[in-house]
Design a protein around this ligand. Structure first.
Ligand SMILES: *Cc1c(COP(=O)(O)O)cnc(C)c1O
Length: 633
């Protein structure tokens, strides 16, 4: 029963939903999270999860929304079309999706399909990625860009793609690749289409600033670019050079950096054209950001521009430079990956337990006659706290607790006294926290207190498998409960996963002004409590690692229907334990044999009855074929 009335608009505000969701998620009147891919279509996430649980499926669960993905493709292409119309730009726009951002079949196929209308292409950065891209059915003019370092096999595959009638462009990432491309294309008798990645001196902003500038890993500098032109001219193949490409890094937080880079790229483009190179495409690369915290700032988890402003500024800048130089406006290409894929995936994790200092049993241990003075001191502090002295008391208590532990280490304190002392200290913390709660401001030395006192919500998932970007590069993802958003959340919490790794925790959360160290959550009420982790679909979806042998999670592809209904299009089972064990070099056969022999020995020694032996074998088999996450909860 819901006793505390709480407007769901307040929950939306608290969790920042309107700010980070780009309109794809909202909080309903009855306090639930809905996905809203298009006007009139919506699905309630909790309903989807309940349906799957009723079918006997387990969590954690990754929900994918294909409509959100195709919506992003449309939104990006339409933003460029609008800008092109508004400015009377003479060229067109063709997006290219760099599949390294997420190569999952559902993602690539959905983007390819939605992109049919817009001639959206793909970008491959390796041979395997190219093999995957070539098999996709794209619009005939859609680009297939080959980036990354290349060997003969890579170039051959690209050239055969061209022969198949696909618009494959080989991007030179370093000068020596030109010789390779020329040689292999002569061998095969296929004329290549070549792009050059140019090292801009302009840099991005944010976490990937180093991808641009003179020290960048990829690209040719100005003199190398001119050498490419000279060489192609010599070979009578200047018309093979069709694209100028640049990329100054991902998640560019500041729109000014984008404008500066596009200006430099266009300047380079018009110089080449004026020098007789008939380029067709200007590829401005990726970098279009995702506003993870919704703050609309240049903070690394945010961006100070919208998707429309991005398109508008790119089109305007290119047009301005071309007009001045009287050069024909190119077909604009951009390679947005993060901005296309981030929104479509939501990880749902169940909270399976809550621990924390305020959850500990109240003091039940009796004082013993020989109790150490330090414990009595702590007890004195506890009974002495007032609004006037709480700061002193807190500081004294912290010092006493340290003394308590030192005494224990040196053998001067019993385990009983230690337990009593710790429990008293805990009560002091809680009392101080209650006093501080009512104050207009929190004294500096107590700033950490909410974090110290925070609950740990234990969630059934692995950070290393499902949120590697949070662990490795501190990407902040918005997190909200899927339901109960019409009840006031009262618990300050951090999240921990089920891996045996103390790094497996989330203790930084989005905030419009700062980064929060705790997340307000609801007191568990005995019913399942699910948290949604949003904007997960870019990069880390495929970077996950099998730490502790937790594997890929169950996935559902969900379509939102009119009237708040939904259809589960596809359910993909997560990896089974057997698969993860085999990935480490073991074979199932070998494991079973070894278990079989040991069971036989134990049975022969009379430690196992025949019934027990067979039951043991069954349990072992079941777990080999089972989900790697916790199931009966
Ligand atoms: C990774 C990559 C991208 C994608 O960048 P986003 O910031 O995700 O849009 C684009 N182009 C190249 C060359 C890349 O390596």
């Amino acid at each position: 029963m819901n006793h505390t009335r709480y407007p769901s608009a307040d929950a939306a505000e608290l969790y920042g939903v309107p700010y980070w969701s780009s309109g794809y998620f909202r909080v309903t009147e009855d306090g639930k999270i809905q996905v809203t891919p298009e006007p009139g279509l919506s699905a309630t996430l909790q309903d989807v999860v309940d349906e799957l649980v009723a079918r006997g499926e387990s969590l954690p669960l990754l929900l994918r929304f294909p409509q959100v993905l195709s919506g992003r493709v449309r939104q990006l292409s339409e933003a460029f079309r609008t800008a092109i119309r508004e400015y009377g730009y003479a060229g067109s726009y063709q997006g290219v999706y760099p599949i390294k951002v997420n190569q999952r079949r559902m993602v690539v196929e959905t983007i390819a399909e939605a992109g049919q209308t817009y001639a959206t292409g793909l970008e491959a950065g390796s041979k395997a990625e190219l093999a995957l891209c070539l098999a996709q059915d794209l619009h005939p003019e859609a680009l297939l860009c080959c980036n990354g370092f290349k060997d003969d096999g890579f170039v051959k595959l690209a050239l055969w793609g061209r022969k198949m009638g696909k618009n494959v462009v080989i991007t030179l990432e370093k000068l020596s690749e030109l010789d390779r491309v020329l040689r292999v294309s002569k061998e095969l008798g296929v004329r290549p289409a070549v792009g050059v990645r140019f090292k801009l001196h302009a840099r991005g902003s944010g976490q990937w600033e180093e991808s641009g500038g003179d020290q960048a890993k990829f690209g040719l500098n100005a003199s190398e670019l001119l050498q490419v032109v000279a060489r192609l001219r010599e070979e009578g193949m200047l018309d093979a050079l069709v694209m100028l490409h640049c990329h100054i890094g991902s998640q560019i937080t500041d729109i000014r950096r984008i404008k500066v880079a596009v200006r430099e790229a266009t300047q380079t483009y018009v110089n080449l054209v004026q020098g007789g190179v008939e380029l067709k495409y200007l590829n401005v690369g990726g970098g279009l950001g995702v506003d993870y915290d919704g703050s609309k700032t240049t903070f690394y988890a945010s961006m100070n521009y919208t998707l429309s402003e991005y398109a508008s500024d790119v089109v305007y800048t290119i047009q301005e430079v071309c007009k001045k130089a009287e050069v024909k406006e190119p077909t604009i290409v951009s390679e947005s990956g993060r901005a296309l894929t981030a929104h479509h995936a939501v990880l749902v994790v169940p909270v399976i337990d809550v621990t924390g200092p305020t959850r500990q049993q109240p003091l039940t241990l009796e004082a013993r006659p020989d109790q150490h003075q330090i414990v009595a001191d702590l007890e004195g502090l506890l009974n002495d706290i007032t609004l006037r002295n709480y700061r002193e008391v807190y500081n004294d208590a912290v010092a006493d607790k340290e003394t308590l532990h030192n005494l224990f280490d040196l053998g001067y304190l019993s385990l009983h006294d230690r337990a009593r002392g710790e429990a008293i200290f805990n009560s002091i913390l809680q009392k101080v926290a209650r006093l501080v709660q009512g104050l207009p401001y929190v004294p500096d030395e107590l700033e950490d207190l909410p974090k110290v006192l925070a609950d740990k919500y234990i969630c059934n998932f692995s950070l290393f498998q499902s949120l590697p970007d949070n662990w490795a590069i501190q990407t902040l993802f918005p997190i909200t409960p899927l339901a109960r958003l019409n009840e006031k959340p009262t618990r300050q919490a951090t999240l921990v996963d089920i891996t045996c790794d103390s790094d497996g925790k989330i203790d930084k959360f989005i905030d419009l002004r700062d980064v929060k160290s705790t997340l307000l959550l609801h007191e568990p009420d005995g019913r399942p409590y699910y948290l949604g982790i949003f904007l997960m679909g870019a990069y880390q979806d495929v970077l996950g690692s099998a730490h502790n042998l937790f594997g890929r999670v169950n996935e559902a592809h969900v379509v939102a229907l009119p009237g708040g209904k939904h259809r589960i299009e596809l359910f993909v089972r997560g990896q089974k334990a057997r698969k993860l064990i085999e990935n480490m070099g073991y074979e199932e056969e070998m494991l079973r044999e070894s278990i079989g022999q040991q069971v036989a020995r134990a049975a022969a020694a009379g430690r196992l009855s025949p019934e027990e032996a067979s039951e043991l074998g069954e349990t072992y088999s079941e777990e080999l074929l089972g989900y790697t996450y916790l199931e009966e909860l």
